[in-house]
Design a protein around this ligand. Structure first.
Ligand code: DQA
Length: 141
């Protein structure tokens, strides 16, 4: 079974306690359960969350053989050349996800170091952004 890596960056382990108007009320485990349901055994899913930039870089480097990457780099979207450079090593489809609509919030969230490397981006639909991402990869593969 082809594997898809789902990466969540810093503070996404605190979903459920973060501002609900931007991020919804579900915890990351609850969102992951919805993704598993939507996936319906199409892919093997590897869920990875880290608050550390280096751990995310290393995880990407060690996963270059997966069939797809879904990534919400959280705040690192707007700051991390290191995560961008790691993603540049990957040859398959990269799907960017955000719970909130990062393009319509603070100016600093409009800076995006990964967007141009991604084959698709889903944002602003809270947990449904992740479901759109897995649906997109299922159609692709
Ligand atoms: C986020 C948006 C980022 O700007 C923010 O730093 C996050 C979450 C989102 O999913 O909407 O932590 O990536």
């Amino acid at each position: 079974m082809a594997k898809v890596l789902i990466i969540n960056g810093p503070n996404l382990n605190m979903l459920g306690q973060r501002p609900k108007d931007h991020y919804g009320s579900l915890t990351l485990s609850e969102i992951n359960a919805l993704i598993i349901k939507e996936n319906a055994n199409h892919f093997e899913l590897d869920f990875f969350q880290s608050n550390s930039e280096g751990e995310i870089v290393t995880k990407i480097q060690n996963s270059l053989d997966v069939a797809g990457i879904i990534i919400n780099p959280a705040a690192y979207t707007h700051t991390s050349i290191a995560i961008r450079d790691a993603l540049e090593l990957y040859r398959g489809p990269i799907v960017e996800v955000h719970l909130s609509d990062v393009d319509k919030r603070d100016d600093f969230r409009k800076i995006n170091f990964i967007r141009d490397l991604c084959t698709a981006s889903f944002s602003g639909k809270k947990q449904d952004s992740y479901l759109d991402a897995i649906k997109y990869l299922k159609k692709l593969k």
